[in-house]
Design a protein around this ligand. Structure first.
Ligand SMILES: [Zn+2]
Length: 247
């Protein structure tokens, strides 16, 4: 069930059977020469909708711009500064809490969001903790990175033993090509596998990783591989959501 195609009366009805909501969160940032700029939110949103279909959970609006300052030296990338993203997450949760939602399950598609979204959860809890017994009804937030599971790691090893990488990964690019097969571009990349390493600001990132990839060879991605990542992530995340939301 999707929030944007529901009526308010349907949302009231949903709240009688569940207080949980799934919130996709991603980023709008370069993903190398053949990856889509929307990769992170496309993956998070697709998997969230799959989980909604499997569990009956309501799926809220996608937060499709994240904390991506390090990608700004590449055309098309957009970032929120950490304080802005904290405010966006906080205001989204507090708005929904007003209606009676108490379990906020963020499905994340971008590693660069983790620290900031975790800080946003602390901000939300701090506000409620500073007033004694004010967390009524008690709300809880969780962040679930779609790629972070044993089953996904196993699939990465099986399909992309070399060049899965850590940015513009073969698996996330494959997943976007499964959703948007018309965008597939398997042209040879140079070097075949991108360099690894750390970075600070946007200029430093572009100097170190000139075509935008980190450690990956996404030319080996295929829509068929993307479907396997999609199916595995949906099953995994659905199981985690169901376990968490009823706790
Ligand atoms: Zn990504």
């Amino acid at each position: 069930m999707d929030l944007h195609t529901s009526t308010w009366e349907e949302v009231e009805g949903y709240l009688e059977r569940s207080k949980g909501i799934i919130l996709p969160i991603g980023s709008t940032e370069q993903h190398g020469p053949n990856g889509l700029i929307g990769t992170d939110w496309i993956c998070a949103e697709a998997i969230s909708r799959g989980v909604g279909g499997e569990t009956g959970a309501l799926v809220g609006p996608t937060i499709n711009v994240g904390m991506a300052q390090h990608h700004l030296a590449f055309a098309g990338s957009v970032t929120l500064r950490p304080t802005t993203l904290i405010a966006v997450v906080r205001d989204t949760v507090v708005s929904l809490a007003r209606h009676g939602f108490t379990r906020f399950f963020f499905v994340n598609g971008h590693g660069g969001n983790i620290a900031t979204v975790t800080a946003a959860f602390s901000e939300i809890y701090a506000e409620r903790s500073m007033e004694r017994l004010s967390n009524q009804p008690p709300i809880k937030c969780a962040l679930r990175n779609w790629w972070d599971s044993e089953a996904i790691r196993k699939l990465q090893k099986e399909l992309f033993p070399v060049g899965e990488g850590s940015h513009a990964t073969a698996s996330e690019v494959a997943l976007t090509w499964y959703k948007y097969p018309e965008t597939m571009n398997r042209s040879e990349l140079t070097p075949k596998v991108a360099p690894n390493g750390g970075f600070a600001d946007a200029e430093d990132y572009r100097r170190t990783f000139p075509d935008g990839r980190i450690g990956s060879d996404p030319s080996q991605a295929t829509p068929e591989a993307g479907k396997r990542f999609y199916d595995t992530a949906v099953d995994d995340v659905a199981r985690d959501y169901e376990r968490w939301v009823t706790r």
